[in-house]
Design a protein around this ligand. Structure first.
Ligand code: 13P
Length: 247
């Protein structure tokens, strides 16, 4: 099954509107590669406008589960869509770690994302203690099943999953290609149980210290269908090198 490689840049809490719009205009996306960037919510609209007509899509880094109402400080999927977003990252480990995102909460957010016709990138991944404690598979299975509970395969047609081992995020310590492939193959096997044949179409991105010099090897693994890039997505030259590696 040929899956279109999908390279995404998660800018996290970095890059101003001026920096983000300049960066997105200097990205070069090879033929046959899907690309997106995830600016700070306040920059989504400007970056989406700057990217209009290019091959770079734009997305939100999180979304509230209700569309509107008395939810001070929240950002909803309808507002992201209005601002030009096409994608939403859900369940990033930083949200799980610092902001209390649980699988049940992510499940509710996912419902709102799909209701707006936005493409979800569901992040999953184990901590070092969980991996060392032999809990890798249990953690990944619990996160996938919890986030996807109650949805049909039809509803999840656009689903993207990002496997991001927490110990590899921002640490410079990348999973080995073998570790990545093993985890991705396991994720796909869990997806087969949850969404059946759709599992062959779901792109599974790897995230965690992806750089120009390790991207090609990681992306060469049979179940690694893209990358969710943090630090190396903040500079055009670095991110362009990763985009080129996917082409
Ligand atoms: P780094 O690429 O900086 O390790 O971040 C990965 C990540 O968390 C992407 O969502």
């Amino acid at each position: 099954m040929a899956r279109t490689k999908f390279i995404a840049g998660n800018w996290k809490l970095n890059l101003t509107i001026a920096e983000g719009t300049a960066l997105v205009k200097s990205l070069v996306v090879p033929a046959g590669v899907e690309a997106a960037v995830f600016p700070n919510a306040l920059a989504v609209h400007a970056v989406a406008q700057a990217a209009a007509g290019s091959k770079v899509g734009v997305g939100g880094q999180n979304a509230h589960f209700e569309e509107k109402g008395a939810f001070t400080g929240e950002i909803s999927t309808s507002f992201l869509k209005d601002a030009g977003a096409k994608y939403v990252i859900l369940g990033h480990s930083e949200r799980r770690q610092y902001f209390g995102d649980t699988d049940a909460l992510i499940n509710k957010r996912l419902k709102a994302v799909l209701a707006q016709g936005l493409t979800p990138i569901l992040c999953i991944g184990e901590t070092l203690a969980e991996r060392d404690g032999g809990k890798l598979e249990t953690v990944l299975k619990t996160q996938i099943e919890g986030a996807l509970a109650g949805f049909t395969a039809e509803q999840l047609a656009t689903l993207v999953v990002a496997y991001e081992p927490v110990w590899a995020i921002g640490t410079g310590r990348t999973a080995s290609t073998a570790q990545a492939q093993e985890a991705h193959a396991f994720v796909r096997s869990v997806l087969r149980n949850v969404v059946g044949a759709l599992a062959e179409k779901v792109r599974i991105q790897y995230g965690g210290s992806v750089k120009a010099d390790n991207a090609k090897e990681l992306l060469g693994q049979p179940d690694v269908d893209g990358a969710l890039v943090g630090g190396a997505s903040l500079k055009a030259a670095d991110f362009n090198a990763i985009l080129a590696a996917a082409g």
